[in-house]
Write a protein that binds this ligand. Structure first.
Ligand code: BJW
Ligand code: ZN
Length: 242
């Protein structure tokens, strides 16, 4: 396991681990990523559907996309990558800063998960303050609020700001960690893609797990070009051995 030499000698000093995760970590649970050929849904570009403008132009279309994703996600199980992250809590303080809305980190048993882009089980009214959690598909789309306006997924679309309390906490965790592991994200979407910079300012070790190159691969201390379900269990083994 040559690739781990960088941290193996310092493993006793690693007290705080922050994970930054994206769609790639759930790919091995059967959930498609956004970018690349995976990110096409009925020939629509997922990136063009994940905007507030697309929702107001065609709420029915955007809801059809979410309805299909709800069905897929609610049937999905955490994979060995999610499970390894949960198990690492036995060895260090672990915080997961995820861009995913699928809830699989929580299902795997992680206790500190900050959902930067919201959650697919949550819905909210596009006009009033109504919010709810719904675990089924919607038969009538777009679903309507009691106030008569359209309900929407309680997720963060392009042009919208992240939930500020969660984002502020994420910055604090990122700024205080010893090790940041960035897994399954292309790091093209801001502001989530700035989190490694906060960690670097604290001299944290930065490790990327991704089969492909990303925007920030050259900034990493170590890049592991493999999938997360293959790689993350090896971190657990390494902590166990030390
Ligand atoms: C594996 C693997 C395996 C595969 N193992 N790895 C110009 C105009 C307007 C806005 C902007 C602009 N320029 C910049 C902006 C800001 C914008 C932005 O960043 N845009 C860029 C795309 C250019 N950001 C925002 O708008 C954000 N808000 C904001 O900045 O507020 C202030 C503001 C307001 C107004 C104007 C400007 C600023 C909000 C961003 C919200 C993103 N929302 C989505 C949808 C969430 C809900 C949903 O899921 O439906 O979030 S879009 C989508 O991208 C989703 C993801 O969380 C996010 C990130 O994607 P992720 O997770 O990285 O996935 P992929 O597919 O990109 O990558 C997968 C990776 O996994 C790949 O690298 C694979 O190689 C790898 N992989 N298999 C490990 N098995
Ligand atoms: Zn309402």
């Amino acid at each position: 396991m040559k690739m781990f030499e960088l941290i193996k000698d310092h493993i006793k000093d690693i007290k705080k681990i922050v994970f930054v995760t994206g769609a790639g970590i759930s790919q091995e649970s059967g959930i498609p990523t956004f970018r690349g050929k995976d990110g096409l849904w009925r020939n629509y570009d997922a990136m063009k559907l994940a905007t507030i403008g697309a929702f107001y132009d065609n709420p029915k279309l955007v809801w059809e996309w979410y309805n299909e994703r709800r069905k897929n996600i609610f049937g999905a199980l955490p994979n060995l990558g999610h499970k390894a992250i949960a198990e690492l809590e036995k060895f260090a303080d672990v915080v997961v800063l995820t861009q995913n809305i699928d809830g699989l980190h929580q299902k795997a048993g992680s206790s500190e998960v900050l959902e930067l882009h919201g959650s697919i089980i949550k819905i909210k009214c596009s006009v009033c303050n109504f919010k709810d959690e719904i675990m089924t598909e919607f038969s009538e789309i777009p679903p309507l609020c009691k106030c008569g306006n359209i309900l929407r997924p309680d997720v963060v679309w392009f042009g919208e700001s992240l939930p500020q309390d969660i984002w502020q906490k994420a910055i604090v965790f990122a700024s205080q960690c010893d090790l940041m592991i960035i897994a399954g994200t292309s790091l093209v979407v801001s502001p989530a893609n700035t989190l490694p910079i906060y960690a670097k300012q604290n001299n944290a070790v930065l490790i990327e797990i991704n089969p492909e190159n990303t925007e920030m691969s050259s900034e990493m201390d170590l890049v592991i070009r493999n999938t997360s379900a293959t790689t993350l269990p090896k971190f657990v083994s390494m902590f166990k051995e030390n």
